[in-house]
Design a protein around this ligand. Structure first.
Ligand SMILES: Nc1ncnc2c1ncn2[C@@H]1O[C@H](COP(=O)(O)OP(=O)(O)OP(=O)(O)O)[C@@H](O)[C@H]1O
Length: 243
């Protein structure tokens, strides 16, 4: 199935088609089809257990799908060997999770550069400097993650996610462990990366205010996209500043 409309074709940098994922008897995803346009910030909003993390994991090829397709930058990730998948993740995707997943023995700079070093492309030093300055990390480059606040750790994780200029950034509840101020900083940065650099971002969250930073909000409930949100979850950032 081609999700793109006829003449006004939108370039989808990522696409899921009829995605089904069963964990034994539990169907976490029950036929999810979404196209993600280049340079678009999409939030997928849903209550706990609706399938948000499973969707991101399937998109990243971290979990095999039961049926359906996931295409990232023209490549069907459901058909790739483990080696090619690892390469696609490294070169094409950036990840920001609720837990920052930084390596404790490496400095901030080493953590950011590590992804770049592993990838096929060289780090663009100008871009590295832009990211470090935009995230206010210049003075912290020599420190280790343990010396930083949670908000700063997540900013390091964002620099790491973006340093390779990935095709798509996948963010799973990136503000989940942060206070409101740090949470807004993280979201404003992601918003800015979309606006200024055309970064494509796919973020899953259960918080409608977090989702409001995106260009469009899709609602996931019980493994399916739905038109209306399920219930009215509490927001952690009720006082979001206007965009
Ligand atoms: N490895 C697994 N084995 C069995 N069931 C699983 C597994 N992972 C997820 N599930 C189930 O699949 C459904 C969707 O889970 P998922 O974690 O994707 O939802 P979520 O929306 O990300 O939830 P949360 O916001 O709590 O992280 C849930 O019913 C969950 O219990």
């Amino acid at each position: 199935m081609d999700l793109r409309p006829g003449p006004a074709r939108v370039e989808h940098v990522a696409e899921t088609t009829g995605l089904v994922k069963a964990h034994g008897a539990v169907e976490a995803l029950r036929g999810v089809s979404i196209g993600f346009a280049r340079g678009e910030f999409t939030a997928i909003l849903g209550p706990p257990g609706s399938g948000k993390s499973t969707l991101l994991h399937c998109m990243a090829g971290l979990e095999p799908v039961t049926s359906g397709r996931v295409v990232i930058a023209g490549t069907d990730v459901t058909r790739l060997s483990a080696g090619r998948l690892a390469k696609l993740r490294r070169d094409r995707l950036g990840f920001v999770f609720r837990e920052f997943n930084l390596l404790p023995l490496l400095t901030v700079e080493e953590n950011i550069r590590l992804t770049g070093r592993l990838a096929s492309r060289r780090i663009d030093e100008e871009w590295f400097a832009t990211l470090v300055d935009a995230l206010g990390l210049r003075e912290r480059l020599g420190q280790r993650p343990a010396d930083l606040s949670d908000g700063r750790r997540q900013r390091v994780a964002m620099a790491r996610a973006l340093v390779n200029r990935p095709e798509v950034v996948l963010a799973d509840e990136p503000t989940g462990d942060l206070d409101a101020v740090s949470g807004r900083e993280v979201l404003s940065f992601l918003r800015g990366a979309v606006d200024a650099y055309g970064q494509t971002v796919v973020m899953v969250t259960q918080d409608p205010t977090v989702a409001s930073y995106a260009d469009r909000i899709l609602h996931l409930n019980d493994g399916r996209l739905v038109d209306e949100p399920a219930g009215a979850p509490m927001s952690l950032f009720p006082e979001r500043l206007s965009a």
